[in-house]
Design a protein around this ligand. Structure first.
Ligand code: NAD
Length: 493
């Protein structure tokens, strides 16, 4: 039990234990929603939406501003809870809360910028305009690895857009969701004029997510998680003509070119490949190194890997915390075995700290040198495995870079302007995120976040991602005394 949970008075009683991946200890207990309570919450969300959609958008922004203030005041406590429940190091736990604060700030400004267009009409005495209206209740289904930031990316925008929100967090991280919801309720109380049930949490396994996906009263379902989940959920939402925003698996790569600043590349590799113990959707998983620098970069990288501080993520010196659970560890071991079978040479990857933490799963991040991009490399294993391949020709590296089913994040380290431009050109990286001299992970909230192909195509966070949480209406107004028809059609008199 943490300070935040107790000071917020979050109800942590129930039959289901919430455990910390740090040591397997029980942090609290929760109760799952059943079909009847999910139904009740959806109905309440519809009522909240009906009231909220008529509140002027800048006023809606004021609620999000107050929520951002609550997050600022509780950043340390919520960041620590993220670390306890998801296992990421404290710096990253705090960074996750900062990301929530940033998106609140963005959404507050956005609340005065939900612009439509005025469009020239072909008919005299007519005017056309496009207005963005609130869409309805928005379901947010989130993954364990960003237990609170992903919800905030969605919720902050949805709320200023005039939508109500129903959040189904990962079953692996229910407490951070309950704490965040409690902070939101504090902000709503200060705001004074928020309808009841504007934001709600439903807890449970995937069946609870499925209930939200099926329900025709929820026009937008934003779902973050594995490609398997998206493959199951998207047809369910599509069958009722709902809108999905899908943020699914990635298989992110870096090309290190001969002209790269190797010290920068090495630091970027380390943060992206071992940060969050390789459990970011944008984690670096594939590394293409030019043959001319391979023998310089790889020994240096292996040396750094050999002395990685692995341990309790609350300890300031730790860089690599635990995997989320046993199944993540087993998936990692299966992938390493497959990589060996496919000709890979594995350094690291073994379980560590079994004496100190027998109920937890700490691993030494693995470097796997591959002769080529074999099937295991094309698959996202959600663990710290870095597959490394040599390349000779830039075009060949780029082709291999794009030859995986996922399309989330990508990067190149080069000081060659032509290579950099080719990488981000139409025929370059096919990912939603393409960076030059920056690793693939750790995006800012100002840009649209998401990816192509099996990553699902959704965009969240900055730029014009807000449009996905609204419905577009085209209105034509006739202020003349005539009734001219479009396309010059004559119909009767
Ligand atoms: P997961 O797919 O196991 O679960 C994600 C969420 O979906 C959970 O809340 C789960 O209960 C729910 N769910 C599962 N099946 C469902 C179904 N059929 N219908 C409705 N809901 C369902 O993912 P995870 O293990 O929690 O997270 C890791 C995965 O998430 C990785 O693949 C990672 O790349 C991905 N991810 C992607 C992004 C992104 O922005 N693209 C961000 C974070 C994580």
């Amino acid at each position: 039990m943490t300070d935040l949970i107790s000071t917020l008075g979050v109800n942590t009683s129930g039959p289901i234990p919430a455990r910390s991946p740090i040591d397997g200890a029980e942090l609290g207990r929760v109760a799952y929603d059943d079909a009847a309570s999910v139904e009740k919450k959806i109905a309440a969300s519809v009522e909240a939406f009906k009231a909220w959609r008529d509140v002027p958008a800048p006023k809606r922004g004021e609620l999000v501003r107050l929520f951002g203030e609550e997050l600022r005041a509780n950043k340390d406590a919520l960041g620590k809870l993220v670390t306890l429940e998801a296992g990421k190091i404290l710096q990253e736990g705090l960074g996750e809360v900062q990301e929530m604060i940033d998106i609140c700030d963005f959404a507050v400004g956005l609340s005065r910028q939900l612009y439509g267009l005025t469009i020239a009409s072909e008919r005299p005495g007519h005017r056309m305009m496009e207005t963005w209206h609130p869409a309805g209740p928005v379901a947010v289904i989130s993954a364990f690895n960003f237990p609170v930031a992903v919800w905030a990316w969605n919720a902050a925008l949805a709320l200023v857009c005039g939508d109500s929100v129903i959040w189904k967090p990962s079953e692996k991280t229910p407490l951070t969701a309950l704490a965040t919801q409690a902070l939101f309720e504090r902000a709503a109380k200060k705001f004074g004029a928020a309808p009841a049930n504007l934001s709600q949490v439903v807890l449970g396994l995937r069946d609870v997510g499925e209930m939200l996906a099926k329900d025709g009263r929820i026009p937008v379902v934003s779902a973050t998680g594995s490609t398997r989940m998206g493959r199951e959920l998207a047809p369910v939402v599509a069958a009722r003509f709902g809108r999905s925003i899908l943020e699914l698996g990635g298989n992110n790569a870096m090309i290190v070119a001969p002209s790269a600043k190797l010290d920068l590349a090495q630091r970027a590799i380390l943060f992206a490949a071992v940060g969050t113990a390789g459990q970011r959707c944008t984690s670096l998983r594939r590394l293409f190194v030019h043959e001319s620098i391979y023998d310089k970069l790889m020994p240096a990288l292996k040396k750094t890997y050999a002395s990685l501080p692995i341990g309790n993520p609350l300890d300031a010196k730790t860089l690599v915390g635990p995997l989320i659970d046993r199944s993540a560890f087993e998936a990692m071991q299966r992938a390493l075995a497959a990589a060996k079978d496919e000709g890979g040479s594995v350094t690291g990857g073994q379980r560590v700290r079994t004496d100190e933490n027998p109920g937890a799963f700490y691993v030494h991040p693995a470097i796997v040198e591959m002769p080529e991009q074999t099937p295991v490399v094309c698959h996202e294993t959600f663990a710290p495995i870095l597959y490394v391949m040599r390349y000779r020709d830039f075009a060949d590296a780029l082709a291999k870079h794009n030859a995986v089913p996922q399309g989330l994040s990508s990067c190149i380290f080069t000081t060659d302007l032509q290579e950099a431009e080719r990488f981000i050109a139409a025929s370059g990286s096919d990912c939603g995120i393409a960076n030059v001299n920056i690793g693939p992970s750790g995006a800012e909230i100002g840009g649209a976040f998401g990816g192509e192909k099996e990553t699902g195509g959704g965009r969240e966070s900055g730029s014009d991602s807000w449009k996905a949480y609204m419905r577009r209406q085209t209105a034509t107004i006739n202020y003349s005394d005539a009734l001219p028809l479009a396309q010059g059609i004559e119909f009767g008199a």
